[in-house]
Each structure stands twice: as structure tokens, then as C-alpha cells.
Design a protein. Structure first.
Length: 105
């Protein structure tokens, strides 16, 4: 549930339908170990287990089954964000995501 200043009833809330609402980063709770905010993943380099660079995370897509990294490099790749299967390691300090992914996909 979200509460907005100046929005105290249903009619006021209805008037905001379709509007984007933003918050500052410090208003978010800290991510738990192994959890990441999408914003933290955007811009990270994506590298295969063989050390091949695939590009950088441009943005993510929510599919319902799992989130998908949109990686732009020599071409655009869609890589499922499935920890332990496809996503092997996320290293925010190094700015890199290691993936078990075939370069040709």
C-alpha cells in the first residue's frame, strides 16, 4: 500500500490513475542478500562463464514467469534472470553479471 501526501480519499486517488509515481532511492528498504533492484542491474556488464562479453544491461522486462535482462552489445539479447541456473553471479562492486549463456543465443 502507498500513501501520498494530499491524496486522502478514493476520488483523489482515482484522479492519479495513469500517473507515474517516483520515490527517492533512500526511501526503499535495503535489498536482502541475493536480491537486487532493477536500477542496480542496469548498466552492468554481462559476461559468459567462458569470459566472453555479451554487452551491458540496458533494461529489464517483467514477464510474469521471471524477469528478463535486455542486454545490448554486438546485438540485443534477452537473458532470463534466473539465479542459479542462468545468472551465476551478480557482482555490483565489479559492475558485472556472470551468466551461463551461449553467446549464439
Amino acid at each position: 500500500m502507498a500513501l501520498l501526501a494530499g491524496c486522502g480519499d478514493r476520488d483523489q486517488a482515482q484522479a492519479l490513475t495513469g500517473c507515474e509515481i517516483g520515490i527517492t532511492r533512500d526511501a526503499l528498504p535495503a535489498a536482502q542478500p541475493g536480491e537486487y533492484y532493477w536500477h542496480d542491474l542496469q548498466g552492468l556488464k554481462v559476461v559468459t562463464l567462458a569470459g566472453e562479453a555479451l554487452g551491458s544491461v540496458d533494461h529489464l522486462i517483467e514477464t510474469g514467469a521471471n524477469d528478463v535482462l535486455v542486454v545490448k552489445g554486438d546485438r540485443e539479447r534477452l537473458i532470463p534472470f534466473v539465479m542459479g541456473q542462468v545468472i551465476v553471479q551478480v557482482d555490483l562492486e565489479q559492475g558485472e553479471i556472470r551468466v551461463d549463456w551461449d553467446r549464439d543465443f
